[in-house]
Ligand binder design. Sequence first.
Ligand code: ADP
Ligand code: ZN
Length: 564
Amino acid sequence: WSSTNFPWTKKLEANNKKVFGNHSFRPNQREVINATMSGYDVFVLMPTGGGKSLTYQLPALVCPGITLVISPLVSLIQDQIMHLLQANIPAAYLSANMEWTEQQEILRELCSDYCKYRLLYVTPEKVAKSDVLLRNLESLNGRGLLARIVIDEAHCVSQWGHDFRPDYKELGILKKKFEKTPVLALTATATASVKEDVVQALGLVDCIVFRQSFNRPNLWYSVIPKTKKCLEDIDKFIKENHFDECGIIYCLSRMDCEKVAEKLQECGHKTAFYHGNMDAAQRSFVQKQWSKDEINIICATVAFGMGINKPDVRFVIHHSLPKSIEGYHQECGRAGRDGQRSSCVLYYSYSDYIRVKHMIIQGQAEQSPWTAGCGRNNMKSSDRILEKNTENLLRMVSYSENDVDCRRLLQLLHFGEKFDAGNCGNTCDNCSKIKTLVERDVTESAKQLVELVKLTGQHFSSSHILEVYRGSLSQFVKRHRHENLSLHGAGKHLAKGEASRILRHLVIEDFLAEDVKKSDFYGSVSSVLKVNESKAHKLCSGGQRIVLRFPSSVKASKQGKSEA
Ligand code: ADP
Ligand code: ZN
Protein backbone atom coordinates (compact mmCIF):
# COMPACT_ATOMS: atom_id res chain seq x y z
CA TRP A 1 0.00 0.00 0.00
CA SER A 2 2.96 2.35 0.15
CA SER A 3 3.12 2.67 -3.62
CA THR A 4 3.43 6.13 -5.16
CA ASN A 5 1.96 4.92 -8.45
CA PHE A 6 -1.72 5.29 -7.69
CA PRO A 7 -3.64 7.57 -10.05
CA TRP A 8 -4.25 9.96 -7.16
CA THR A 9 -0.69 10.10 -5.81
CA LYS A 10 0.28 13.45 -7.35
CA LYS A 11 -2.92 15.11 -6.25
CA LEU A 12 -2.50 13.77 -2.71
CA GLU A 13 1.01 15.05 -2.37
CA ALA A 14 0.17 18.46 -3.74
CA ASN A 15 -2.79 18.88 -1.39
CA ASN A 16 -0.90 17.55 1.60
CA LYS A 17 1.60 20.36 1.11
CA LYS A 18 -0.62 23.13 -0.12
CA VAL A 19 -3.73 22.70 1.99
CA PHE A 20 -2.43 20.98 5.13
CA GLY A 21 1.07 22.44 5.13
CA ASN A 22 2.76 19.04 5.66
CA HIS A 23 6.08 18.25 3.98
CA SER A 24 5.65 14.51 4.04
CA PHE A 25 3.48 11.70 5.34
CA ARG A 26 3.81 10.18 8.76
CA PRO A 27 4.06 6.39 9.22
CA ASN A 28 1.05 4.59 7.72
CA GLN A 29 -0.76 7.72 6.54
CA ARG A 30 -0.05 7.13 2.86
CA GLU A 31 -0.84 3.42 3.22
CA VAL A 32 -4.19 4.04 4.89
CA ILE A 33 -5.16 6.65 2.32
CA ASN A 34 -4.28 4.37 -0.59
CA ALA A 35 -6.27 1.50 0.87
CA THR A 36 -9.39 3.50 1.64
CA MET A 37 -9.27 5.28 -1.72
CA SER A 38 -9.02 1.88 -3.41
CA GLY A 39 -12.44 1.19 -1.92
CA TYR A 40 -11.54 -1.20 0.90
CA ASP A 41 -12.84 -1.19 4.44
CA VAL A 42 -9.90 -0.20 6.62
CA PHE A 43 -9.19 -0.47 10.34
CA VAL A 44 -6.46 1.81 11.70
CA LEU A 45 -4.71 1.59 15.06
CA MET A 46 -2.52 4.61 15.44
CA PRO A 47 -1.32 6.11 18.69
CA THR A 48 -2.66 9.46 19.83
CA GLY A 49 -0.99 12.27 17.91
CA GLY A 50 -0.08 9.91 15.05
CA GLY A 51 -2.11 11.90 12.56
CA LYS A 52 -5.34 9.98 12.07
CA SER A 53 -7.39 12.95 10.88
CA LEU A 54 -5.33 13.44 7.73
CA THR A 55 -6.09 9.88 6.60
CA TYR A 56 -9.70 10.86 5.89
CA GLN A 57 -9.49 14.63 5.46
CA LEU A 58 -7.10 14.36 2.55
CA PRO A 59 -9.21 11.76 0.68
CA ALA A 60 -12.29 13.90 1.42
CA LEU A 61 -10.58 16.74 -0.38
CA VAL A 62 -9.49 14.84 -3.47
CA CYS A 63 -12.44 12.41 -3.94
CA PRO A 64 -15.79 13.47 -5.31
CA GLY A 65 -18.73 13.29 -2.91
CA ILE A 66 -19.10 13.76 0.83
CA THR A 67 -17.28 12.03 3.67
CA LEU A 68 -19.44 11.21 6.68
CA VAL A 69 -17.47 11.29 9.94
CA ILE A 70 -18.86 9.85 13.17
CA SER A 71 -17.13 11.28 16.19
CA PRO A 72 -18.17 10.95 19.84
CA LEU A 73 -17.86 14.47 21.21
CA VAL A 74 -19.25 17.77 19.99
CA SER A 75 -16.23 19.64 21.36
CA LEU A 76 -13.90 17.42 19.31
CA ILE A 77 -16.02 17.96 16.23
CA GLN A 78 -16.10 21.74 16.64
CA ASP A 79 -12.35 21.77 16.98
CA GLN A 80 -11.90 19.77 13.77
CA ILE A 81 -14.37 21.91 11.83
CA MET A 82 -12.60 25.06 12.90
CA HIS A 83 -9.33 23.70 11.50
CA LEU A 84 -10.98 22.57 8.27
CA LEU A 85 -12.65 25.93 7.68
CA GLN A 86 -9.35 27.68 8.34
CA ALA A 87 -7.87 25.56 5.55
CA ASN A 88 -10.80 26.51 3.31
CA ILE A 89 -12.33 23.04 3.36
CA PRO A 90 -16.11 23.33 3.63
CA ALA A 91 -17.40 21.13 6.46
CA ALA A 92 -20.42 21.00 8.75
CA TYR A 93 -21.77 19.02 11.67
CA LEU A 94 -25.07 17.85 13.03
CA SER A 95 -25.70 17.10 16.68
CA ALA A 96 -28.78 16.65 18.81
CA ASN A 97 -28.25 19.83 20.84
CA MET A 98 -28.21 22.10 17.79
CA GLU A 99 -31.04 24.48 16.85
CA TRP A 100 -33.53 22.72 14.61
CA THR A 101 -33.45 25.51 12.02
CA GLU A 102 -29.70 25.22 11.81
CA GLN A 103 -29.97 21.47 11.30
CA GLN A 104 -32.60 22.03 8.59
CA GLU A 105 -30.27 24.32 6.73
CA ILE A 106 -27.47 21.77 6.71
CA LEU A 107 -29.81 18.99 5.64
CA ARG A 108 -31.11 21.19 2.82
CA GLU A 109 -27.59 21.77 1.60
CA LEU A 110 -27.00 18.01 1.59
CA CYS A 111 -29.99 17.58 -0.74
CA SER A 112 -28.69 20.03 -3.28
CA ASP A 113 -26.91 18.70 -6.34
CA TYR A 114 -24.05 21.08 -5.79
CA CYS A 115 -23.60 20.44 -2.09
CA LYS A 116 -20.55 22.38 -0.99
CA TYR A 117 -19.54 20.26 2.00
CA ARG A 118 -16.57 17.92 1.68
CA LEU A 119 -17.12 16.50 5.17
CA LEU A 120 -20.17 16.07 7.38
CA TYR A 121 -19.52 15.27 11.05
CA VAL A 122 -22.21 13.69 13.21
CA THR A 123 -22.37 12.30 16.72
CA PRO A 124 -23.24 8.60 16.96
CA GLU A 125 -26.60 9.22 18.62
CA LYS A 126 -27.60 11.13 15.48
CA VAL A 127 -27.11 7.98 13.43
CA ALA A 128 -28.83 5.83 16.04
CA LYS A 129 -31.83 8.08 16.51
CA SER A 130 -32.36 10.31 13.48
CA ASP A 131 -34.37 8.86 10.60
CA VAL A 132 -34.09 12.18 8.82
CA LEU A 133 -30.32 11.88 8.70
CA LEU A 134 -30.47 8.31 7.40
CA ARG A 135 -32.93 9.35 4.67
CA ASN A 136 -30.60 12.13 3.63
CA LEU A 137 -27.64 9.78 3.54
CA GLU A 138 -29.67 7.37 1.40
CA SER A 139 -30.44 10.15 -1.00
CA LEU A 140 -26.77 11.17 -1.15
CA ASN A 141 -25.80 7.57 -1.72
CA GLY A 142 -28.43 7.20 -4.43
CA ARG A 143 -26.84 10.12 -6.24
CA GLY A 144 -23.41 8.52 -5.84
CA LEU A 145 -22.28 11.26 -3.47
CA LEU A 146 -21.52 9.33 -0.28
CA ALA A 147 -17.78 8.91 -0.71
CA ARG A 148 -16.72 7.34 2.56
CA ILE A 149 -17.85 6.66 6.13
CA VAL A 150 -15.32 7.36 8.87
CA ILE A 151 -15.74 6.07 12.41
CA ASP A 152 -13.47 7.92 14.78
CA GLU A 153 -12.66 6.45 18.23
CA ALA A 154 -13.95 3.16 16.87
CA HIS A 155 -13.08 1.23 20.06
CA CYS A 156 -16.23 2.78 21.59
CA VAL A 157 -18.17 0.19 19.55
CA SER A 158 -16.84 -2.64 21.68
CA GLN A 159 -18.37 -3.74 24.93
CA TRP A 160 -15.07 -5.37 25.80
CA GLY A 161 -13.20 -2.09 25.49
CA HIS A 162 -12.73 0.46 28.22
CA ASP A 163 -14.96 3.11 26.72
CA PHE A 164 -18.09 1.43 25.41
CA ARG A 165 -20.84 3.76 24.21
CA PRO A 166 -24.23 2.20 23.46
CA ASP A 167 -24.94 4.56 20.51
CA TYR A 168 -21.80 3.28 18.78
CA LYS A 169 -23.27 -0.22 18.81
CA GLU A 170 -25.96 0.99 16.38
CA LEU A 171 -23.43 1.99 13.72
CA GLY A 172 -23.57 -1.49 12.19
CA ILE A 173 -26.61 -0.17 10.35
CA LEU A 174 -24.37 1.96 8.12
CA LYS A 175 -22.65 -0.95 6.42
CA LYS A 176 -26.01 -2.67 6.03
CA LYS A 177 -27.54 0.33 4.29
CA PHE A 178 -24.48 1.48 2.35
CA GLU A 179 -22.90 -1.81 1.42
CA LYS A 180 -20.58 -0.41 -1.23
CA THR A 181 -19.34 2.65 0.62
CA PRO A 182 -15.87 2.14 2.12
CA VAL A 183 -15.67 2.44 5.91
CA LEU A 184 -12.58 3.74 7.68
CA ALA A 185 -12.47 2.88 11.40
CA LEU A 186 -9.88 4.72 13.51
CA THR A 187 -8.72 4.25 17.07
CA ALA A 188 -5.72 4.81 19.29
CA THR A 189 -6.47 1.81 21.41
CA ALA A 190 -7.54 -1.73 20.78
CA THR A 191 -6.46 -5.18 21.79
CA ALA A 192 -6.92 -8.04 19.37
CA SER A 193 -10.27 -8.92 20.90
CA VAL A 194 -11.57 -5.35 20.82
CA LYS A 195 -10.50 -5.08 17.19
CA GLU A 196 -12.37 -8.27 16.29
CA ASP A 197 -15.42 -7.02 18.10
CA VAL A 198 -15.36 -3.67 16.30
CA VAL A 199 -14.89 -5.26 12.88
CA GLN A 200 -17.78 -7.60 13.55
CA ALA A 201 -20.15 -5.01 15.03
CA LEU A 202 -19.55 -2.60 12.15
CA GLY A 203 -19.91 -5.40 9.61
CA LEU A 204 -16.63 -4.55 7.87
CA VAL A 205 -15.85 -6.81 4.92
CA ASP A 206 -12.36 -8.06 3.96
CA CYS A 207 -11.04 -5.31 6.13
CA ILE A 208 -7.44 -4.14 5.78
CA VAL A 209 -5.76 -3.49 9.11
CA PHE A 210 -2.94 -1.04 9.78
CA ARG A 211 -1.34 -0.94 13.17
CA GLN A 212 1.63 0.83 14.61
CA SER A 213 3.74 0.29 17.64
CA PHE A 214 2.03 1.44 20.79
CA ASN A 215 5.32 2.14 22.47
CA ARG A 216 5.70 5.71 23.70
CA PRO A 217 9.43 5.93 24.39
CA ASN A 218 9.26 9.35 26.05
CA LEU A 219 6.87 8.20 28.79
CA TRP A 220 8.44 6.93 32.02
CA TYR A 221 6.30 4.46 33.93
CA SER A 222 6.23 3.59 37.61
CA VAL A 223 3.92 2.02 40.17
CA ILE A 224 4.12 3.07 43.81
CA PRO A 225 2.39 1.36 46.76
CA LYS A 226 -0.43 3.61 47.91
CA THR A 227 -0.42 4.39 51.60
CA LYS A 228 -2.32 6.80 53.83
CA LYS A 229 0.34 9.37 52.96
CA CYS A 230 -0.49 9.18 49.26
CA LEU A 231 -1.41 12.86 48.86
CA GLU A 232 1.79 13.99 50.57
CA ASP A 233 3.71 11.65 48.27
CA ILE A 234 2.02 13.17 45.23
CA ASP A 235 2.75 16.70 46.40
CA LYS A 236 6.39 15.81 46.93
CA PHE A 237 6.67 13.99 43.61
CA ILE A 238 5.34 16.99 41.69
CA LYS A 239 7.50 19.50 43.57
CA GLU A 240 10.63 17.44 43.03
CA ASN A 241 10.04 16.51 39.41
CA HIS A 242 7.47 18.72 37.75
CA PHE A 243 7.06 21.90 39.72
CA ASP A 244 4.86 24.44 37.92
CA GLU A 245 4.42 22.03 35.03
CA CYS A 246 1.20 20.76 33.64
CA GLY A 247 -0.40 17.44 34.57
CA ILE A 248 -3.48 15.31 35.13
CA ILE A 249 -4.36 13.34 38.25
CA TYR A 250 -6.93 10.63 37.59
CA CYS A 251 -9.17 9.83 40.54
CA LEU A 252 -11.80 7.17 40.99
CA SER A 253 -14.76 9.17 42.30
CA ARG A 254 -16.04 12.71 42.11
CA MET A 255 -15.40 13.13 45.80
CA ASP A 256 -11.80 11.95 45.39
CA CYS A 257 -11.26 14.57 42.66
CA GLU A 258 -12.40 17.37 44.93
CA LYS A 259 -10.45 16.08 47.93
CA VAL A 260 -7.20 15.66 45.99
CA ALA A 261 -7.59 19.08 44.32
CA GLU A 262 -8.21 20.78 47.65
CA LYS A 263 -5.20 19.17 49.31
CA LEU A 264 -2.84 20.06 46.45
CA GLN A 265 -4.19 23.59 46.39
CA GLU A 266 -3.26 23.87 50.07
CA CYS A 267 0.23 22.65 49.19
CA GLY A 268 0.63 25.55 46.76
CA HIS A 269 -0.22 23.99 43.40
CA LYS A 270 -2.57 25.66 40.92
CA THR A 271 -5.25 23.00 40.78
CA ALA A 272 -8.86 22.42 39.77
CA PHE A 273 -11.16 19.42 39.62
CA TYR A 274 -13.22 18.03 36.75
CA HIS A 275 -15.94 15.39 36.88
CA GLY A 276 -19.33 14.32 35.58
CA ASN A 277 -21.29 16.07 38.34
CA MET A 278 -20.34 19.50 37.02
CA ASP A 279 -22.39 21.08 34.27
CA ALA A 280 -20.97 21.45 30.77
CA ALA A 281 -20.15 25.15 31.22
CA GLN A 282 -18.17 24.52 34.42
CA ARG A 283 -16.27 21.69 32.80
CA SER A 284 -15.37 23.64 29.71
CA PHE A 285 -14.30 26.58 31.90
CA VAL A 286 -11.86 24.35 33.81
CA GLN A 287 -10.55 22.78 30.62
CA LYS A 288 -9.93 26.23 29.09
CA GLN A 289 -8.12 27.45 32.20
CA TRP A 290 -5.90 24.41 31.98
CA SER A 291 -5.28 24.79 28.25
CA LYS A 292 -4.20 28.39 28.82
CA ASP A 293 -1.91 27.36 31.71
CA GLU A 294 -3.91 29.38 34.23
CA ILE A 295 -4.02 26.22 36.30
CA ASN A 296 -1.45 23.44 36.15
CA ILE A 297 -3.13 20.38 37.52
CA ILE A 298 -6.52 18.88 36.81
CA CYS A 299 -7.85 16.27 39.23
CA ALA A 300 -10.36 14.39 37.15
CA THR A 301 -12.34 11.24 36.66
CA VAL A 302 -11.89 9.42 33.37
CA ALA A 303 -14.62 11.71 32.01
CA PHE A 304 -11.71 14.05 31.29
CA GLY A 305 -9.67 12.96 28.38
CA MET A 306 -10.96 12.25 24.96
CA GLY A 307 -9.95 15.01 22.62
CA ILE A 308 -7.39 16.64 24.88
CA ASN A 309 -4.55 17.70 22.67
CA LYS A 310 -2.43 19.80 24.98
CA PRO A 311 1.09 18.93 23.85
CA ASP A 312 3.02 19.71 27.05
CA VAL A 313 1.33 17.54 29.67
CA ARG A 314 4.37 16.52 31.74
CA PHE A 315 2.77 14.00 34.08
CA VAL A 316 -0.24 11.75 34.43
CA ILE A 317 -0.77 10.43 37.94
CA HIS A 318 -3.27 7.69 38.77
CA HIS A 319 -4.46 8.30 42.30
CA SER A 320 -6.22 4.93 42.12
CA LEU A 321 -6.34 1.81 40.02
CA PRO A 322 -7.55 2.16 36.40
CA LYS A 323 -10.16 -0.34 35.21
CA SER A 324 -8.04 -1.88 32.46
CA ILE A 325 -4.59 -1.80 30.91
CA GLU A 326 -6.11 -0.35 27.77
CA GLY A 327 -7.67 2.53 29.66
CA TYR A 328 -4.45 3.04 31.59
CA HIS A 329 -2.36 3.13 28.44
CA GLN A 330 -4.67 5.65 26.84
CA GLU A 331 -4.84 7.88 29.91
CA CYS A 332 -1.04 7.85 30.19
CA GLY A 333 -0.90 8.62 26.48
CA ARG A 334 -2.19 12.13 27.16
CA ALA A 335 1.23 12.96 28.56
CA GLY A 336 4.15 14.00 26.40
CA ARG A 337 2.47 14.44 23.04
CA ASP A 338 5.27 16.85 22.14
CA GLY A 339 7.74 13.97 22.48
CA GLN A 340 9.39 15.38 25.61
CA ARG A 341 10.07 13.18 28.60
CA SER A 342 7.00 12.85 30.84
CA SER A 343 6.07 10.78 33.91
CA CYS A 344 3.27 8.28 34.42
CA VAL A 345 2.88 7.29 38.05
CA LEU A 346 0.32 4.87 39.37
CA TYR A 347 -0.49 4.62 43.08
CA TYR A 348 -1.64 1.07 43.72
CA SER A 349 -3.41 -0.52 46.65
CA TYR A 350 -5.32 -3.76 46.93
CA SER A 351 -8.24 -2.01 48.62
CA ASP A 352 -8.66 0.19 45.54
CA TYR A 353 -9.05 -3.02 43.58
CA ILE A 354 -11.99 -3.94 45.79
CA ARG A 355 -13.47 -0.45 45.35
CA VAL A 356 -13.16 -0.55 41.57
CA LYS A 357 -14.63 -4.03 41.46
CA HIS A 358 -17.67 -2.82 43.38
CA MET A 359 -18.06 0.07 40.98
CA ILE A 360 -17.94 -2.28 38.01
CA ILE A 361 -20.62 -4.52 39.49
CA GLN A 362 -22.77 -1.54 40.38
CA GLY A 363 -22.20 0.12 36.99
CA GLN A 364 -23.26 -3.09 35.33
CA ALA A 365 -26.51 -3.08 37.29
CA GLU A 366 -27.15 0.54 36.30
CA GLN A 367 -26.21 0.00 32.69
CA SER A 368 -28.49 -2.97 32.26
CA PRO A 369 -31.29 -1.01 30.48
CA TRP A 370 -29.64 -1.65 27.15
CA THR A 371 -29.53 -5.36 27.78
CA ALA A 372 -32.56 -5.74 30.01
CA GLY A 373 -35.94 -6.91 28.85
CA CYS A 374 -34.58 -8.84 25.91
CA GLY A 375 -34.92 -12.31 27.33
CA ARG A 376 -32.44 -14.87 28.49
CA ASN A 377 -29.76 -14.48 25.85
CA ASN A 378 -29.12 -10.93 26.83
CA MET A 379 -28.88 -11.77 30.50
CA LYS A 380 -26.06 -14.05 29.47
CA SER A 381 -24.45 -11.32 27.45
CA SER A 382 -24.47 -8.95 30.42
CA ASP A 383 -22.90 -11.72 32.54
CA ARG A 384 -20.20 -12.06 29.96
CA ILE A 385 -19.51 -8.34 29.95
CA LEU A 386 -19.17 -8.40 33.71
CA GLU A 387 -16.79 -11.32 33.40
CA LYS A 388 -14.73 -9.49 30.78
CA ASN A 389 -14.58 -6.30 32.84
CA THR A 390 -13.47 -8.28 35.86
CA GLU A 391 -10.77 -9.94 33.80
CA ASN A 392 -9.59 -6.53 32.52
CA LEU A 393 -9.37 -5.29 36.07
CA LEU A 394 -7.47 -8.37 37.25
CA ARG A 395 -4.92 -7.82 34.52
CA MET A 396 -4.44 -4.29 35.79
CA VAL A 397 -3.90 -5.70 39.29
CA SER A 398 -1.36 -8.18 38.03
CA TYR A 399 0.45 -5.39 36.14
CA SER A 400 0.53 -3.29 39.30
CA GLU A 401 1.76 -6.11 41.52
CA ASN A 402 4.49 -7.14 39.12
CA ASP A 403 7.71 -5.69 40.45
CA VAL A 404 10.06 -7.52 38.11
CA ASP A 405 9.16 -7.22 34.45
CA CYS A 406 9.56 -4.15 32.26
CA ARG A 407 6.36 -2.05 32.37
CA ARG A 408 6.68 -1.21 28.70
CA LEU A 409 7.00 -4.88 27.79
CA LEU A 410 3.91 -5.71 29.88
CA GLN A 411 1.78 -2.98 28.31
CA LEU A 412 2.84 -3.80 24.77
CA LEU A 413 2.24 -7.49 25.37
CA HIS A 414 -1.32 -6.59 26.27
CA PHE A 415 -1.74 -5.11 22.78
CA GLY A 416 -0.26 -8.23 21.23
CA GLU A 417 2.98 -6.43 20.47
CA LYS A 418 6.42 -7.82 21.17
CA PHE A 419 8.91 -5.53 22.80
CA ASP A 420 12.09 -7.12 21.56
CA ALA A 421 14.43 -5.10 23.71
CA GLY A 422 12.87 -6.83 26.73
CA ASN A 423 14.12 -3.99 28.85
CA CYS A 424 13.46 -0.32 28.29
CA GLY A 425 16.80 1.12 29.29
CA ASN A 426 15.77 2.30 32.75
CA THR A 427 12.68 4.23 31.71
CA CYS A 428 10.42 2.25 34.02
CA ASP A 429 10.66 1.55 37.72
CA ASN A 430 11.17 -2.18 37.28
CA CYS A 431 14.03 -1.82 34.81
CA SER A 432 15.79 0.81 36.86
CA LYS A 433 15.36 -0.78 40.28
CA ILE A 434 18.49 -2.44 41.54
CA LYS A 435 17.14 -5.70 42.83
CA THR A 436 18.59 -8.88 44.07
CA LEU A 437 16.99 -11.41 41.84
CA VAL A 438 17.37 -15.11 42.35
CA GLU A 439 17.01 -17.67 39.63
CA ARG A 440 14.46 -20.43 40.04
CA ASP A 441 13.74 -23.42 37.84
CA VAL A 442 9.99 -23.33 37.16
CA THR A 443 9.88 -26.02 34.48
CA GLU A 444 7.46 -28.22 36.45
CA SER A 445 4.94 -25.42 36.95
CA ALA A 446 5.32 -24.37 33.32
CA LYS A 447 4.56 -27.90 32.15
CA GLN A 448 1.55 -28.12 34.45
CA LEU A 449 0.16 -24.83 33.17
CA VAL A 450 0.47 -25.96 29.55
CA GLU A 451 -1.16 -29.25 30.51
CA LEU A 452 -3.99 -27.40 32.25
CA VAL A 453 -4.69 -25.30 29.18
CA LYS A 454 -5.04 -28.57 27.24
CA LEU A 455 -7.15 -30.26 29.93
CA THR A 456 -9.67 -27.42 29.82
CA GLY A 457 -9.99 -27.73 26.07
CA GLN A 458 -8.17 -24.48 25.18
CA HIS A 459 -11.37 -22.56 25.80
CA PHE A 460 -10.41 -20.38 28.79
CA SER A 461 -8.74 -17.10 29.64
CA SER A 462 -5.43 -16.78 31.45
CA SER A 463 -7.11 -15.53 34.62
CA HIS A 464 -9.33 -18.62 34.74
CA ILE A 465 -6.39 -20.96 34.17
CA LEU A 466 -4.58 -19.26 37.06
CA GLU A 467 -7.61 -19.59 39.31
CA VAL A 468 -7.90 -23.30 38.64
CA TYR A 469 -4.16 -23.81 39.00
CA ARG A 470 -4.12 -22.13 42.37
CA GLY A 471 -7.14 -24.10 43.57
CA SER A 472 -9.96 -21.56 43.44
CA LEU A 473 -13.46 -22.87 44.17
CA SER A 474 -15.26 -19.92 42.60
CA GLN A 475 -18.69 -20.38 41.06
CA PHE A 476 -17.21 -20.13 37.60
CA VAL A 477 -14.68 -22.87 38.38
CA LYS A 478 -17.46 -25.09 39.72
CA ARG A 479 -19.79 -24.37 36.83
CA HIS A 480 -17.19 -25.95 34.54
CA ARG A 481 -16.38 -28.68 37.11
CA HIS A 482 -12.76 -27.66 36.97
CA GLU A 483 -12.34 -28.40 40.69
CA ASN A 484 -12.30 -32.08 39.67
CA LEU A 485 -9.31 -31.76 37.36
CA SER A 486 -6.13 -33.49 38.48
CA LEU A 487 -4.21 -30.22 38.24
CA HIS A 488 -6.75 -28.17 40.21
CA GLY A 489 -4.74 -26.59 43.00
CA ALA A 490 -1.42 -27.99 41.74
CA GLY A 491 0.03 -24.49 41.96
CA LYS A 492 -1.31 -23.50 45.36
CA HIS A 493 2.20 -23.25 46.79
CA LEU A 494 2.87 -20.37 44.40
CA ALA A 495 1.89 -16.77 45.06
CA LYS A 496 -0.57 -15.35 42.56
CA GLY A 497 2.04 -13.00 41.15
CA GLU A 498 4.49 -15.87 40.69
CA ALA A 499 2.03 -18.14 38.91
CA SER A 500 0.92 -15.34 36.63
CA ARG A 501 4.52 -14.49 35.78
CA ILE A 502 5.19 -18.06 34.72
CA LEU A 503 2.03 -18.08 32.61
CA ARG A 504 2.92 -14.74 31.03
CA HIS A 505 6.39 -16.01 30.25
CA LEU A 506 4.81 -18.95 28.40
CA VAL A 507 2.86 -16.47 26.29
CA ILE A 508 5.85 -14.18 25.67
CA GLU A 509 7.93 -17.17 24.56
CA ASP A 510 5.16 -18.57 22.32
CA PHE A 511 4.52 -21.81 24.22
CA LEU A 512 1.00 -20.49 24.61
CA ALA A 513 -0.86 -18.01 22.47
CA GLU A 514 -3.60 -15.69 23.49
CA ASP A 515 -6.27 -16.22 20.92
CA VAL A 516 -9.42 -14.34 20.16
CA LYS A 517 -12.39 -16.63 20.48
CA LYS A 518 -15.61 -15.83 18.71
CA SER A 519 -18.85 -17.20 19.98
CA ASP A 520 -21.10 -17.84 16.98
CA PHE A 521 -24.24 -17.75 19.03
CA TYR A 522 -23.82 -14.48 20.90
CA GLY A 523 -21.57 -12.90 18.33
CA SER A 524 -19.19 -11.90 21.10
CA VAL A 525 -15.46 -12.31 21.45
CA SER A 526 -13.05 -12.98 24.27
CA SER A 527 -9.45 -13.95 24.56
CA VAL A 528 -8.52 -17.54 25.39
CA LEU A 529 -5.26 -19.44 25.76
CA LYS A 530 -4.19 -21.96 23.13
CA VAL A 531 -1.24 -24.33 23.13
CA ASN A 532 1.41 -23.90 20.48
CA GLU A 533 2.03 -27.64 20.01
CA SER A 534 5.37 -27.47 18.24
CA LYS A 535 6.99 -25.43 21.02
CA ALA A 536 5.10 -26.99 23.90
CA HIS A 537 6.08 -30.50 22.87
CA LYS A 538 9.74 -29.89 23.62
CA LEU A 539 8.89 -28.44 27.03
CA CYS A 540 6.48 -31.21 28.01
CA SER A 541 8.77 -34.01 26.88
CA GLY A 542 11.52 -32.72 29.14
CA GLY A 543 13.70 -31.32 26.38
CA GLN A 544 13.68 -27.79 27.74
CA ARG A 545 14.00 -26.10 31.10
CA ILE A 546 12.56 -22.75 32.11
CA VAL A 547 14.38 -20.56 34.57
CA LEU A 548 12.97 -17.23 35.72
CA ARG A 549 14.35 -14.61 38.03
CA PHE A 550 12.35 -13.62 41.09
CA PRO A 551 13.05 -10.90 43.62
CA SER A 552 14.75 -12.53 46.56
CA SER A 553 13.23 -10.26 49.19
CA VAL A 554 9.62 -10.73 48.13
CA LYS A 555 7.95 -13.50 50.06
CA ALA A 556 5.14 -15.37 48.42
CA SER A 557 2.64 -13.92 50.86
CA LYS A 558 3.52 -10.33 49.99
CA GLN A 559 1.95 -10.67 46.60
CA GLY A 560 -1.76 -10.07 46.49
CA LYS A 561 -2.56 -8.29 49.70
CA SER A 562 0.17 -5.80 50.39
CA GLU A 563 -2.27 -3.02 51.14
CA ALA A 564 -1.56 -0.56 53.92
P1 ADP B 1 -4.60 11.84 16.15
O1 ADP B 1 -6.04 12.08 15.74
O2 ADP B 1 -4.03 10.59 15.57
O3 ADP B 1 -4.38 11.94 17.63
P2 ADP B 1 -4.16 14.28 14.71
O4 ADP B 1 -4.82 13.89 13.46
O5 ADP B 1 -4.89 15.20 15.63
O6 ADP B 1 -3.72 12.99 15.52
O7 ADP B 1 -2.73 14.87 14.35
C1 ADP B 1 -1.85 15.27 15.36
C2 ADP B 1 -1.02 16.45 14.88
O8 ADP B 1 -0.10 16.00 13.88
C3 ADP B 1 -1.83 17.55 14.26
O9 ADP B 1 -1.35 18.77 14.75
C4 ADP B 1 -1.55 17.43 12.77
O10 ADP B 1 -1.62 18.65 12.11
C5 ADP B 1 -0.15 16.87 12.75
N1 ADP B 1 0.12 16.06 11.53
C6 ADP B 1 -0.65 15.07 11.03
N2 ADP B 1 -0.08 14.54 9.92
C7 ADP B 1 1.07 15.21 9.70
C8 ADP B 1 2.13 15.14 8.71
N3 ADP B 1 2.09 14.25 7.71
N4 ADP B 1 3.15 15.99 8.83
C9 ADP B 1 3.21 16.89 9.85
N5 ADP B 1 2.26 17.02 10.80
C10 ADP B 1 1.20 16.20 10.75
ZN1 ZN C 1 11.26 -1.13 31.54
